[in-house]
Design a protein around this ligand. Sequence first.
Ligand SMILES: Nc1ncnc2c1ncn2[C@@H]1O[C@H](COP(=O)(O)OP(=O)(O)OP(=O)(O)O)[C@@H](O)[C@H]1O
Length: 246
Amino acid sequence: MKPLVQVHNITAAYDNNVVLSNVNLDVNENDFIGIIGPNGGGKTTLLKIIIELLKPASGVIKKDPNLKIGYLPQVNSIDKQFPITIRDVILSGRFVNDKWWSKPSKQTLQKVDELLEFIGLKNVHNMPIGELSGGQMQRIFLCRALMSNPNLLILDEPNTYVDKTFEASLYNLLGELNKDMAILLVSHDVGTISSMVKTIACVNGGLHYHHSNKITNEVLQSYNCPIELVSHGHVPHRVLKHHEHE
Ligand SMILES: Nc1ncnc2c1ncn2[C@@H]1O[C@H](COP(=O)(O)OP(=O)(O)OP(=O)(O)O)[C@@H](O)[C@H]1O
């Protein structure tokens, strides 16, 4: 098992407000880790530290020299008014590998076409992103994350807006991609996460790692945070699991 990222004893804070303390996490090649936890627990903050958008207040992060990260941010954090087309968003993912002044290669342009085909937006590739739905934005930014052929794919709630049909193909795709890359997936949909990922990390101010994808009663009790269970049905609803000490 080759480690791609090793997070050692990280503390993260915004101004003086500490949101993560003493967090440890190893991400190895071909891992598929589901990150769960309550709103405001620090999941996105952990991702931002791994991709170096945020500096930890203390602690160390070690990265494999060949690490290449593809990142899909939360769609509601993206400025839809930014004047850029669907094609150019996807194409911009190449800058993880390419210099900003270089011309895209034939293979790169072909890859953009394949990705556009996959998400069913080839016919509207010149549309500005301001005209897109949340689900379409999520698909486009997933493609952007895949443009660099990453060996670590980081997804922050990729299924918030996508419809059930695309969600199924998204999950199939992630299963396929995991043969060639590690995946870190933040989601509130614990039921789905449990059926896809290999291991689970619960983030709530700290991090509790579980070496399995099975969410049993024992697991729920061993976590130091409540877990949202999403129940699908005629009326989708969420059930919040409380711990005995709460
Ligand atoms: N840029 C920021 N400045 C100040 N505080 C922030 C900032 N970003 C996040 N926070 C705070 O840090 C805490 C953790 O936020 P974070 O977004 O990491 O949680 P999360 O687990 O991803 O939540 P959610 O499930 O709602 O997306 C929250 O209390 C949040 O308000």
